[in-house]
Write a protein that binds this ligand. Structure first.
Ligand SMILES: [Zn+2]
Length: 297
């Protein structure tokens, strides 16, 4: 999860900016069009790549990938959370000015349930929690829309949470809010390939709690170089999810991310093993370590 291996046994650090650029360039060489998610929803090209960036934290890293893509003539989608470690209005505007799409990475089932827990209150029924989460979602969406236009959303998945943030849509319809797409609902993943760097690997379904889709494709790429080597085998339409906080050229943040991800993956693996039927249930013995798993990245 930290290295690319080449045929001559040489190895190179993975999840660096240079590997990121190499991946984008090989996709360009294969004549993929790069479409922001909203554009794909409205007018999907036959051979298209969507670059989705979940800005879980360290928004400056996202500004960096946004600039790199802009230099290559590529547009992607950036999903920000409403938490101080992600939401930075200056950066959001800068990324929008570079031509990228901005979306809302929502998690209000989590935030509302935690607020009530802190206040020692309990929801009488789950639909009351959904109502409160929906209201908070609407307020947050308005906040985003005061600075940029937002047409698509995607859920943030926290493995330690009891709730799936998508539960709001069991009761409400985001389309009434002018939202045209949520990847987990509006992409047919039986046709569109899905690759995510969740878990700092490209085959992380064993450690991913929520960033999963039902897909017939079995890519099993370990490193970014594996994708580069097999780029010709990708389907014609693909969504990539990146967590830009993990893509670093400098050694210190790169090693820090690698070490933290090792711990997170161990914890997530325990959760998955402990909950084979209900994948999102946390086990009590993990509690001390779970504070490291703030996101599903
Ligand atoms: Zn996230």
């Amino acid at each position: 999860m930290g290295w690319c291996y080449f045929k001559n046994n040489k190895r190179m650090r993975d999840f660096t900016i240079s590997r990121y650029i190499a991946l984008l360039q090989i996709l360009q060489k294969q004549n993929f069009s790069f479409q922001p998610f909203s554009e794909f929803i409205e007018n999907p090209k036959e051979k298209a790549v969507m670059l989705r960036h979940d800005v879980d934290l360290l928004p400056y890293n996202s500004l960096k990938t946004a600039q790199i893509e802009n230099e290559l003539g590529i547009r992607g989608s950036y999903y920000f959370r409403i938490v101080p470690e992600s939401y930075n209005e200056t950066i959001i505007k800068q990324i929008a000015d570079l031509g990228h799409e901005i979306g809302y990475h929502y998690e209000t089932m989590d935030t509302v349930s935690s607020k009530f827990k802190v206040q020692g209150l309990k929801f009488k029924e789950e639909h009351n929690l959904i109502d409160a989460a929906y209201e908070e979602f609407c307020r947050n969406l308005e906040m985003f829309r005061e600075i940029v236009s937002v047409e698509t959303i995607c859920m943030h998945g926290s493995p330690r949470s009891k709730y799936d943030n998508k539960m709001i849509w069991d009761k409400y319809d985001y389309k009434t809010l002018g939202i045209i797409g949520e990847p987990y609902f509006d992409i047919d993943f039986s046709k569109v390939g899905y690759l995510t760097d969740t878990g700092r690997r490209w085959n992380g379904d064993k450690v991913s709690i929520r960033d999963k889709v039902n897909s017939p494709f079995n890519f099993n790429f370990r490193s970014t170089q594996d994708i580069i080597n097999s780029v010709g085998k990708l389907p014609d339409q693909v969504m990539f999810t990146f967590h830009p906080q993990r893509w670093n050229d400098n050694w210190y943040p790169w090693i820090k991310e690698l070490a933290l991800q090792n711990i997170k993956n161990q914890v997530k693996r325990l959760i998955v093993i402990a909950s084979p039927t209900k994948e999102d249930a946390a086990i009590p013995s993990c509690k001390g370590l779970l504070r490291y798993t703030r996101n599903d990245g």
